[in-house]
Design a protein around this ligand. Structure first.
Ligand code: GDP
Ligand code: FO1
Ligand code: CA
Length: 309
């Protein structure tokens, strides 16, 4: 059967790679686009980039974003003439932004462009943006409202988060391709990847109809916790939970997704207290390092999903 995975960037893409290994074209990865913005006149889609590069075997493992074997001549030259350098665009990565921008201006949808580039990268699974419409995360911080990349990259997530808002939700629509994936007769499981719940998954859940789709799903919906031992593996998840007055625990992740998921995978080392999360819990090693650990966690997700049917 088929599987749909809702995915942000780095954390989600790691599991998506393991799932792709097991499922190939039976996997559809639905990707967040609320990190997207226009920069230097280009349309940048960071989470789509991360997923396409990761599933295509082109991603930089250390940096987490962008391509491996990258060079930075463009940025160097841009700096010399006084251009904006707070957001780095690698020379090879630049091809993606320029070509995607050109194709959007010529009238193609983000979906069509993503499908075509995935095919050219030899990606076997289906990679779909959640929407073709503009959707943007706005961080309401102690220093005022910040556009997402200004907060994340420009300010390195330093301003304390008071609230996270999404603009464009009223007019955003799930794409036909996403709806088809969620309605497929042979769909067996929906997975919320271990992505940042507040910055990566919530904007997708904010697209009209998405939470209703998950609630009405005739297949199990599971999540993998991005929190291990009260800490995030990378990025501001833990910091944001602290700032929003939330406990950085699997219990809080379970509470956050309550009503949407049928089960939660948490790390084996967090076994204590697993019984009273108020939801079906599966224990597994959830720290993904090499390819084998990504495939192993993907196997756990499929097994757990099967057990809930
Ligand atoms: P971003 O869009 O690049 O910020 O990436 P995501 O939102 O997809 O993922 C960020 C989240 O992934 C963070 O909360 C991390 O804790 C989580 N994460 C990253 N690597 C792992 C891992 O190996 N295991 C688990 N369980 N979570 C991870
Ligand atoms: N992240 C950074 O921390 N600094 C950058 O200069 C940067 C550039 C960049 C360019 C293209 C792209 O697809 C992603 C890029 N990222 C960069 C990553 C990214 O914007 C963030 O990690 C996320 O949006 C959070 O998911
Ligand atoms: Ca992201």
């Amino acid at each position: 059967g088929r599987v749909v995975a809702l995915c942000g960037g780095v954390g989600g893409a790691k599991l998506a790679l393991g799932l792709q290994h097991l499922l190939g074209e039976r996997l559809t990865v639905v990707v967040n686009v609320a990190d997207d913005f226009e920069h230097l006149g280009l349309h940048i889609s960071p989470d789509l980039d991360t997923v396409l590069y990761t599933l295509g075997g082109l991603s930089d493992q250390q940096r987490g974003w962008g391509r491996s074997d990258e060079t930075w001549n463009f940025m160097g030259a841009l700096k010399e003439i006084g251009g904006q350098t707070w957001f780095s665009l690698g020379d090879r990565d630049m091809a993606m932004h320029v070509e995607r921008t050109r194709r959007r201006l010529s009238g193609e949808t983000l979906t069509a462009i993503s499908i075509d580039i995935a095919r050219r990268f030899g990606v076997r699974s289906n990679v779909l943006p959640i929407t073709n419409n503009k959707l943007s995360t706005i961080v309401v911080s102690t220093e005022g409202e910040l556009e997402f990349q200004r907060y994340f990259v420009g300010r390195r997530c330093e301003p304390a988060v008071k609230q996270i808002r999404f603009s464009g939700t009223e007019s955003a629509r799930l794409t036909q391709e996403v709806l088809q994936a969620l309605d497929a007769d042979d769909l067996r499981l929906i997975i919320l990847c271990p992505s940042n719940p507040y910055l990566s998954i919530d904007p997708m859940l904010a697209v009209p109809g998405m939470t209703e789709k998950l609630r009405a799903a005739r297949v199990p919906v599971i999540a993998i916790s991005p929190i291990i031992g009260g800490q995030a593996i990378k990025g501001p998840t833990r910091k944001i939970m602290d700032e929003l007055g939330l406990e950085a625990t699997n219990r809080e992740i379970a509470r956050h997704y309550a009503g949407l998921i049928d089960g939660l995978i948490i790390d084996t080392t967090d076994a204590e207290g697993a019984a009273d999360l108020g939801i079906d819990v599966h224990l597994a090693p959830t720290l993904m390092t090499g390819l084998q650990s990504k495939i192993a966690l993907a196997e756990h997700a499929l097994m757990f999903g099967n057990s809930l049917r």
